[in-house]
Design a binder for this molecule. Structure first.
Ligand code: NAD
Ligand code: MN
Length: 818
């Protein structure tokens, strides 16, 4: 073709990036070994697996297949390294991390080429997006290493972290995992995805090159069934950080249940891309290209559901088809290519299967007229119209270049359709009316909302899911908390666990764990009760349940006795069952408007509750004495602490506000902590009133509605709160209280699909059951693993840890300019 012809046709010639340096790098090293303790180690089993170039289907390299013996060695190396790395000053860690960032920039071209060769994604993306974001992530987190001491006082690293990542952004996912872990003083064992190990191994070379202490970063390639599962089950690992599919995430939740391992899960999505009729349609078309054809649609937060306002749907679809005709598919190393290869033949088959299902389900499929390359694994951009919301292709994550479109009429309908999914990773909203866009954003159940933009990422802004898209955030300050734990928390087995005695009536063993001092007081029983006559005559009334703002009788029709430490019956409470819990959850849902009210209003109500409690201080103190046998002074101190705690959260209600991030674009990202929704909670046994208030107050201060199971041995302090709540203007259904068997009731809450999070403060085996049962809808859990917590101590019993557990951060990206 001569210049004139090119000018006339405006065809791009091929502009391939040279593969040679990448291939040479592989050639010199293949078969590639494991990276343990800064050494290249042959796999214990002697096995290697192939890594394929998806654009050709040919073998690119051989990488080691680690086995559990290798996992043991890597964990041991990481454990040894943790001893010194965790104690290194933040500045020292920061310097290493800056060095990593600089070396990533230095090797960026090789990394981009390797990534495209191994994964099949276009070089334009690896060069301009993946690798620059990787460097940015290390720079940003080097800063947090430097600042940890001053900005996260009271926190320590978690320990050895097992990290498991997918193949769609191999090096970027590695950076999202390793950077915050190292910044916070942890050491890691990372497993790349089977199809894409090469850039992780190049990263290991950088680790060596900059002289990171041995054992801080260990990389094990291989199969999920060998390496992945061994990491998940390894007793020497303190946390698992996983990115991948929701199914595997669920199995990891189950496998780690009760182990005490901290867990963060970044899972799948089916994110809505919402277009209102006043949107700039040309920008929308480019937005859709970035939303669903970026990385061949193999993006967890891909805008895979196009929701269009009805009156512009035909026009937009027409424009889209026109644009799709001009997308270029082919050699990933060609700089002019928009769409590269699908990562593996299995993935290609799965995309085809789901597309066939869509056609069978009656949706209309459209693909451009041009053909895909025949060599390698390619799939054309695909658009479905006439899709009904309940069908497979509208609900299942296809993880390929396939867009399904649906229409809506009103903003309310758009929100409903957008939220009609079990996922909640991201959403895009397109409208020239900023008021409308900002009104819709908080209503979307998603961790990230992009307004008039899509698929933007930055280290400043936490990324992560709502609902079955997982829990935890990567990036931002919020992401750091996934890699730390409070300094007061010890990892040793609990010294004494508080169990509910089998036979509550028995005079020995039914009272709460008390300190040595309190024990002494208890010995002299008479003097304990010094002149005080219980003001509650035994069994004169049975508090009912508190559901939807009403005192309701237990469905079972039964009551359970409540005993004092001497075994005397001092009252009865309702014997709650499954039905009561279901009613309470329904009431909590109906009260969802609580979150939409002003924070000022919530603060006022919390102050009011505190005030009404303080009027009855003496009565509540006596109730604690009666149930626990503790001294009056001690009980009065608990009531005081509960009142103070209510004040704390009244104060926090309008002050826990989030942040305005300044990612490198013209615009801002608003990080807003939002209520999680309905939280189920089982209170600790040891402080009947303070335990209850410590959980209830932060949860409702942040806008959640709750179902609470009070202390099982001493429930009367919580049921006495009914009147306090009733007289404090708290809307019906915000707090629901169900008494009865803690373990039975909390199990029902943990299994309930309409409960969004569960808090459980009880014995270790109960924690395990809760974590297992919560895997159903991947609800967030916060359990004590039987570890004691000093509820009377404000550092342990209140504060930001509680507020964080009561919220999830949504990042709303708002670009500026026309
Ligand atoms: P996958 O779940 O099959 O595998 C992810 C990783 O887990 C791989 O390294 C794999 O080897 C390992 N693994 C698989 N089974 C395991 C087990 N039983 N125990 C331990 N490890 C195991 O996912 P994938 O196909 O690699 O990636 C695609 C999925 O990842 C999509 O669902 C996508 O939405 C999700 N994803 C999510 C995010 C996010 O941030 N939320 C980012 C990228 C990808
Ligand atoms: Mn590959």
């Amino acid at each position: 073709m001569n210049v004139k012809e090119i000018f006339e046709t405006m065809e791009y010639g091929p502009a391939p990036e040279a593969a040679a340096p990448g291939l040479a790098w592989i050639q010199e090293r293949t078969p590639l070994n494991l990276f343990i303790n800064n050494q290249w180690v042959k796999p214990a089993g002697g096995q290697y697996i192939d890594s394929i170039n998806p654009a050709t289907g040919k073998r690119l390299a051989q990488v080691a297949a680690a086995t559990s013996a290798d996992v043991d060695a890597a964990v041991a190396a990481a454990r040894a390294a943790f001893e010194t790395w965790s104690k290194a000053p933040g500045h020292v860690r920061a310097r290493y991390m800056y060095a990593i960032a600089r070396h990533i920039q230095k090797h960026s071209r090789l990394l981009a080429v390797l990534e495209s060769l191994d994964n099949g994604k276009p070089i334009r993306e690896t060069r301009d997006i993946d690798i620059p974001l990787v460097a940015r992530h290390f720079y940003y987190h080097a800063g947090w290493a430097q600042l940890m001491e001053s900005e996260l006082p009271g926190y320590q690293p978690v320990g050895v972290v097992g990290q498991i990542i997918p193949w769609n952004f191999p090096l970027l996912m590695l950076a999202w995992k390793i950077a915050p872990a190292l910044a916070m003083g942890n050491t890691v064992v990372l497993k790349p995805a089977r199809y894409t190990s090469l850039t992780a191994l190049k990263f290991a070379e950088i680790v060596q090159e900059i002289g990171l202490p041995p054992g801080v970063v260990n990389i094990l390639t291989g199969e999920a069934s060998q390496v992945g599962e061994a990491l998940v089950r390894h007793p020497g690992i303190n946390k698992i950080a996983f990115t991948g599919s929701t199914d595997v995430g669920r199995s990891i939740r189950r496998a780690t249940a009760g182990s005490g391992k901290k867990l963060s899960l970044e899972l799948g999505g089916k994110s809505p891309f919402i277009v209102f009729d006043d949107a700039d349609l040309d920008s929308v078309v480019e937005g859709v290209v970035d939303a669903i054809w970026f990385n061949q649609g193999q993006v967890c937060c891909a805008g895979s559901r196009l929701l269009v306002q009805e009156n512009i749907a035909d026009r937009l679809i027409e424009k889209l088809r026109e644009r799709m005709e001009h997308l270029r598919i082919g050699d990933p190393l060609d700089k002019a290519v928009d769409i590269g290869a699908i990562v593996s033949p299995g993935q290609l088959k799965e995309i085809q299967r789901l597309v066939n299902t869509g056609v069978e389900e009656g949706a209309v499929m459209w693909q451009p007229s041009w053909a895909c390359p025949t060599e390698g694994y390619f799939f054309p951009p695909t658009l479905f119209t006439n899709v009904s919301p309940a069908t497979t292709i509208a609900q299942v994550e296809i993880f390929g270049p396939v867009l399904v479109s649906m229409t809506f009429r009103t903003p309310a309908e758009a929100v409903e359709l957008a939220n009609n999914t079990r996922y909640g990773l991201a959403a895009s909203v397109w409208s020239e009316n900023i008021n409308l866009a900002l009104d819709v954003a908080p209503k979307l159940k998603a961790g990230t909302v992009w307004i008039n933009c899509t698929n933007l990422f930055d280290a400043t802004s936490g990324f992560g899911g709502y609902r079955e898209s997982g829990f935890g955030r990567e990036g931002g300050k919020e992401g750091l908390y996934e890699y730390v734990r409070p300094k007061w928390e010890t990892l040793e087995a609990p010294a004494k666990e508080f169990h509910i005695a089998e036979e509550s009536a028995s005079t020995n063993g039914s009272r709460p764990a008390v300190s040595a001092d309190e024990d002494r007081e208890f010995e002299g029983g008479e003097q304990l009760l010094d002149g005080y006559t219980p003001m509650f005559p035994a069994i004169d009334r049975t508090p009912k349940m508190f559901i939807g703002g009403k005192q309701t009788r237990p469905d079972s029709g039964y009551s359970r006795d409540v005993y004092d430490p001497q075994g005397q019956v001092i009252g009865q409470v309702g014997e709650g069952n499954r039905k009561d819990i279901r009613n309470a959850v329904e009431a909590a849902h109906a009260a969802g408007g609580w979150a939409a009210g002003t924070t000022h209003n919530r603060a006022q109500i919390l102050y009011y509750i505190a005030e009404n409690l303080s009027v009855r201080e003496d009565e509540f103190a006596r109730r604690i004495v009666q149930q626990t046998g503790r001294s009056y002074a001690d009980a009065a101190a608990e009531v005081q602490a509960a009142i103070s705690r209510l004040f704390s959260y009244a104060a926090w209600a309008d002050k826990y506000e989030g942040a305005v991030h300044r990612p490198p674009l013209r615009g801002v990202a608003l990080a807003m902590p939002e209520a999680i929704g309905v939280i189920g909670m089982a209170c600790p046994e040891e402080h009947p009133l303070l335990g209850f208030v410590s959980l209830v107050a932060p949860a409702i201060a942040m806008g959640n509605t709750i179902v609470v199971i009070p202390s099982q041995v001493a429930p009367l302090s919580a049921t006495d709160c009914y009147q306090v709540l009733e007289t404090s203007d708290l809307p019906a259904g915000v707090v629901n209280i169900v008494t009865g068997d803690r373990d039975l009731l909390s199990q029902v809450l943990a299994e309930h699909d309409d409960v969004d999070a569960i808090w459980y403060f009880g014995p270790a085996e109960g924690c395990k059951r809760i974590e297992l049962a919560s895997a159903g809808n991947m609800k967030r859990t916060w359990v004590s693993y039987g570890h004691p917590r000093g509820w009377m101590d404000t550092a342990q019993g209140e504060g930001e840890e509680f507020l964080r557990e009561a919220t999830q951060v949504k990042n709303i990206w708002v670009p500026y300019g026309e």
